[in-house]
Ligand binder design. Structure first.
Ligand SMILES: NC(=O)c1ccc[n+]([C@@H]2O[C@H](COP(=O)([O-])OP(=O)(O)OC[C@H]3O[C@@H](n4cnc5c(N)ncnc54)[C@H](O)[C@@H]3O)[C@@H](O)[C@H]2O)c1
Length: 250
């Protein structure tokens, strides 16, 4: 029995050129999904698609900034043209930030964070949902952060954008459940990706490790495994949920 029922489905993975998005793209492709990698990093995105294809998977790269409705429409149209369907949307693209006291945050920093980390997923859902509605099938996973649950010191704009994704996910899930579309969210913990290479091994990582009962920092595959579950038939009755694959941290 094909328990996951993913073979032949089509997925868009935003921010799929590196880090968590790349791990998600690779894992979905390994389970027979056609993957459209959307990112602003063109060289890394093309390399990722070529690597997946060389391993026998099905992937293409599409340059797409999630703050641009026009580029999102183009990416969605490409997915439909190439693969005939759009079954799965992984809203993973996101930016972090330097730490700022909240009263020193500029409008530009606040707005940029909201535009990419919160409005980006909205932009993409708005374009993808009509296709899913027509198919009476769809899986949407929004990639948020544990920081949206617990807050993060001097990262109020990041935490606010990521917490916003929880409300967005839960509301959209209620709206789309009758249409056969599941919408869920992952509260990602600190994970070893290019975005966290600035962490200092001796101080930052050791402090983080003290908070994790499992005694190791998350790898991108830990998050990709959760995505795999949420886009498969194994999670058919799961929608509007925030899942936290965090080694028991909270
Ligand atoms: N790594 C962590 O510790 C961690 C913790 C919590 C949440 N997250 C979240 O997980 C997601 C992936 O994080 P990561 O660590 O892999 O980051 P990363 O920086 O390694 O990768 C993010 C990718 O998103 C792309 N991207 C950024 N802005 C974009 C835009 N406007 N349009 C399209 N693509 C864009 C980047 O080019 C990059 O390829 C993000 O949403 C992030 O906030 C990560």
């Amino acid at each position: 029995m094909d328990y996951l029922n993913l073979t032949g489905k089509t997925a868009v993975v935003t921010g799929g050129a590196q880090g968590i998005g790349l791990a998600v793209a690779e894992e979905l492709a390994a389970f027979g999904v056609h993957v459209v990698i959307c990112d602003i990093k063109e060289r890394e995105g093309k390399d990722a698609a070529e690597k997946i294809t060389a391993l026998g998977g099905s992937a293409i790269f599409c340059r797409c900034d999630v703050t641009s409705p026009a580029e999102i429409k183009q990416a969605t149209d490409t997915a439909i043209k190439e693969f005939g369907r759009l079954d799965i949307l992984i809203n993973n693209a996101g930016i972090g930030s330097d730490c700022h006291a909240t009263d020193e945050l500029t409008d530009a920093e606040w707005n940029r964070m909201m535009d990419v980390d919160l409005k980006g997923p909205f932009n993409f859902c708005r374009e993808a949902v009509p296709h899913m509605r027509r198919q009476k099938y769809g899986k949407i996973v929004n990639i948020s952060s544990g920081g949206g649950i617990g807050g993060m010191l001097f990262l109020a704009h990041y935490s606010a954008a990521k917490a916003g994704l929880f409300g967005f996910t839960k509301s959209l899930a209620k709206e789309l459940a009758p249409l056969g579309i599941n919408v869920n969210c992952i509260a990602v913990p600190t994970t070893l990706t290019p975005a966290t290479t600035f962490y200092d091994y001796d101080s930052d990582w050791q402090e983080e490790l003290k908070l994790i009962p499992m005694g190791r920092i998350a790898q991108p595959k830990d998050i990709a495994d959760m995505v795999l579950y949420l886009v498969s038939d194994a999670s058919a009755y799961v929608t509007g949920q925030v899942l936290s694959p965090n080694g028991g941290k909270r």
